[in-house]
Write a protein that binds this ligand. Structure first.
Ligand SMILES: C[S@@+](CC[C@H](N)C(=O)[O-])C[C@H]1O[C@@H](n2cnc3c(N)ncnc32)[C@H](O)[C@@H]1O
Length: 206
């Protein structure tokens, strides 16, 4: 891992993912989580302040980034429910069958190299009827924006830690064996359109 990935990217990512419009998006879905929660790609733990402590028993965060773990641990000290950080990928995660009530995934499906395999691998850990709460950015509906997204993606991916701006999030969830139950979309205010088209809502195992 180079200097950029170790020292520059973690604060950059924490700052970009902590912008006001993104915090506003987090508030739309994270408080709905309940029970034993699995957060896919917990990163620096920016969702932790948005969980409802009266509804959440514990949050298990899975993320391969050892660089972001310290930030997540600091955020975990500010909340009243237990937070466990598993430094591994979703694909390699050791979780008991049917042990999770809610899967939360925010601004992560853009970055996981094989997001379909990662989501698919989590299915056995979810209890029957478990909710998947998601909020992600991705492929815009407007052709001009899409063209720009496809053009800039190779460069963007290199500077933004593997983030892709052109993933079709609902299609990706469906391809991973989930059924999208509720979906909302919009361009985030104050955010370039190529990076700011958001999808949020809920899904369940199909
Ligand atoms: C852009 S960050 C988003 C962090 C956080 N979810 C948020 O909302 O701020 C994407 C995260 O996905 C993590 N990630 C990448 N590949 C992963 C995988 N295979 N399994 C789990 N997490 C992964 C990265 O380490 C990074 O922390």
């Amino acid at each position: 891992m180079g200097f950029y990935e170790r020292y520059i990217l973690p604060p950059l990512l924490t700052c970009a993912c902590g912008s006001k419009p993104i915090r506003y998006q987090r508030r739309k879905i994270v408080p709905e989580a309940e029970g034993r929660v699995l957060e896919l790609g917990i990163g620096p733990g920016l969702n932790l302040p948005f969980y409802d402590p009266d509804k959440v028993k514990a949050v298990i965060g899975v993320d391969p980034s050892a660089e972001l773990r310290g930030r997540a641990e600091r955020a975990a000290r500010q909340v009243s429910f237990p937070v466990e950080y598993l430094t591994t990928t979703a694909e390699d995660m050791p979780l008991d069958r049917h042990s999770i009530d809610t899967l939360v995934v925010t601004f992560t499906l853009c970055t996981i190299p094989d997001a379909v395999s990662a989501l698919y691998a989590l299915r056995p850990a979810l209890k029957p009827g478990a909710r998947v709460l998601f909020c992600e950015h991705g492929l815009a509906p407007d052709e001009r924006v899409q063209r720009f997204q496809n053009r800039i993606n190779p460069l963007w991916k290199r500077i933004a830690g593997g983030c892709n701006v052109n993933r079709d999030i609902p299609a990706l969830l469906e391809a991973s064996g989930y059924r999208v139950k509720h979906l909302e979309t919009m361009y985030l205010p104050g955010t370039p359109r190529f990076a700011g088209f958001n999808f949020w809502g809920s899904a369940e195992v199909a």
